[in-house]
Design a protein around this ligand. Structure first.
Ligand SMILES: [Zn+2]
Ligand SMILES: [Zn+2]
Length: 101
């Protein structure tokens, strides 16, 4: 299976929906920095004021790359499937996103 089948943005944790201003919650602005958003992070389901909310966080490219790098660096230290010779699909997808060639 090609690593491209794993959507790396889905693996990135986003800030709590309940704490976000409307622009970041609606996907108009980057969920992390509040600048204009360009990339989808996939739909999330969060609890806001006691109710389930389905929302679609988005991000700017610099934040997307930075978060992919951060999650990748953590992932490879905790993932049981990643060894020095072989990496799991999640890890490959995060690497492609965080460290573009
Ligand atoms: Zn950003
Ligand atoms: Zn892994």
């Amino acid at each position: 299976m090609h690593p491209g089948f794993v959507r790396a943005p889905e693996l990135l944790p986003v800030p709590k929906a309940a704490d976000l201003p409307a622009g970041r919650l609606s996907g108009k602005r980057c969920v992390w920095c509040g600048k204009a958003a360009t990339d989808d992070l996939s739909a999330r389901v969060s609890v806001v004021k006691g109710e389930l909310l389905r929302w679609e966080p988005r991000s700017c490219l610099p934040c997307l790359r930075r978060e992919a790098k951060r999650v990748y660096n953590t992932h490879i230290t905790v993932c049981a499937r990643c060894t020095h010779r072989d990496y799991c699909l999640d890890s490959k997808a995060l690497f492609e996103l965080g460290f573009p060639q």
